[in-house]
Design a protein around this ligand. Sequence first.
Ligand SMILES: [Zn+2]
Ligand SMILES: [Zn+2]
Length: 362
Amino acid sequence: MVIEDVRAQPEVREVSAPFAPHGGVVVDVRATGLCRSDWHAWAGHDDAITWPHVPGHELAGVVSAVGAGVQRWRVGDRVTVPFVCGCGRCSWCADGDAQVCPDQEQPGFTHWGSFAEQVALHAADTNLVALPEGVDFATAASLGCRFATAYRALVARARLTKGEWVTVVGAGGVGLSAVMIARALGARVVAVDRNPAALAVAAELGAEHTVVAGGDVVGAGVRGGDAREAGADGTDVASTVMELTGGGAHVAVDAVGSEQTCATALLSLRRRGRHVQVGLLPPVDGHPRVPMARVIGWEIDVLGSHGMAAVDYPGMLALIESGALAPQRLVERVVGLEEAAALLPGFDTASVAGMTIIDPSR
Ligand SMILES: [Zn+2]
Ligand SMILES: [Zn+2]
């Protein structure tokens, strides 16, 4: 799927096959997720992109060519890859923190991505993840940037524990993933969104309370909840969450990325709570104001979270194989490349509650 220039209609056509770079591989793509980051790429919000471009960064498939210098991988291996691929040479990569590598590559951004039959991937020994037998390609692609990011945000960054309350602001791909993961960890969830249909999915996944931003509070989940009014501004939603949780959540996740959602999440916390910023606050929207007086006065921890390194995938994949986590429940539809090309330009306003997976063989 080729995009000739910023905001051009994506086209599906033949291009020359990729080759395996030194230290890298070519993967035959079996499933690849379509997400809002692809729309940002199409819309010209990412300076890393040169045109024409092939997007796609959430993929799973089979290794079909192996470059010189690769030690761990063979043709035929079933693999996935984080959307942030480390260089494999720096100290961050050596310490298992490729998600913050200063020389990182991102398929579908820094080079051509996975909305194709084949994709080239760099530094394979650092970045590829073996898929267990029990995890299929669509499930692995659905980990994408969203599920893996939510997992790292809650497990490694917020260190969410059993019985704690977590506010999840935004019930899209990242937010719904966060709801599922928080429940699997034994935490209690309040989900916040403008879209009641998305909140209904959050409730199905175990959110104990759902709050319609700018609307009513809806009781949900096994314990039910009282219907209360929540105003349109973030402070009111936050005080509603304060009430529902008996003094504020222990952890808050902004899975959207706006000044408003960041403030809502942060102000919903109890004293000494932990805020995790996952949703991107793109520079096109200007520099966001963050309620730093609350951060200081209540000793709030503000944590950034950026993807997840390949070395941390096996723990998450084991939970998926055991059935404790089921990201495939978030897959809304599977489409071919042609349909995906038609969907991409409107993806910023798509009302789909779950994830869209592309099967390039369709
Ligand atoms: Zn590196
Ligand atoms: Zn993504």
